[in-house]
Design a protein around this ligand. Structure first.
Ligand code: AMP
Length: 209
């Protein structure tokens, strides 16, 4: 069973590949962004605290994220393998993760910064089933409606221009240093994350075998 981390800037397609990969490998897809959004939607105390940081595109403070992640990682389905998407996002989180579990590989989604803004600003999501679309690159069959359950698609509040700018800045300053961190541990593999999801999935499979 695999213990894998997907690392890369926002908009690189980690979430899209993570859903496929998790289903193929029978491992849970652990996305701290999804866990936090669920806490915000449920208006839990943790969700209420996290909300403002997320809206602005800032990182949610480590103690909150670590709490939500360690609770999820402790569930039985993650015992033999998992796919982490969006965690760790800074060196302190990576160090904590190292003390919780071992990893088999860290996969870096490589995409030029100029492609990220287009990917993020055109992204639309289904608020009920979390399916992800793009207004031009991966549109739904009926404009504005989810192919899976027909719900109206929405734009994430942090996919708006000023939050996107902040998320890319936070990535460059806090998350990008993890490339060196995991390279030094011999865990890092890179894939070209440009192209259609099907093409990227082929590269991903090749990188992990
Ligand atoms: P994502 O869905 O991975 O793009 O995450 C959306 C937002 O959730 C981020 O912009 C952060 O505000 C917050 N978030 C998700 N994962 C983390 C993390 N590991 N550390 C801190 N904040 C996080």
């Amino acid at each position: 069973m695999a213990r894998v981390v997907f690392l890369g800037p926002p908009g690189a397609g980690k979430g899209t590949q993570a859903s496929r990969f998790a289903a193929e490998h029978g491992v849970p897809h652990l996305s701290t962004g999804d866990l936090l959004r669920a806490a915000v939607a449920a208006r839990t105390p943790l969700g209420r605290e996290a909300d403002g940081y997320m809206q602005q595109g800032q990182l949610v403070p480590d103690p909150l994220v670590l709490r939500i992640l360690s609770e999820r990682l402790a569930l039985p389905d993650a015992r033999d393998g998992f796919l982490l998407d969006g965690f760790p996002r800074n060196v302190a989180q990576a160090t904590r993760l190292e003390s919780m579990t071992r990893l088999d590989s860290v996969l870096f989604f490589d995409l030029p910064p100029e492609r990220l803004v287009d990917r993020l600003s055109g992204r639309r999501v289904c608020p009920t089933c979390q399916s992800v679309y793009h207004v031009t690159a991966a549109p739904p069959r009926i404009e504005g409606r989810c192919d899976v359950d027909g719900h109206d698609l929405v734009q994430r509040s942090d996919d708006r221009p000023d939050a996107i700018r902040m998320r890319l800045k936070v990535y460059a300053e806090q998350t990008a240093p993890l490339l060196e961190y995991y390279r030094a541990r011999g865990l890092l593999r890179s894939i070209d994350a440009d192209g259609a999801p099907g093409q990227v999935a082929v590269r991903l499979r090749a990188a992990l075998t």
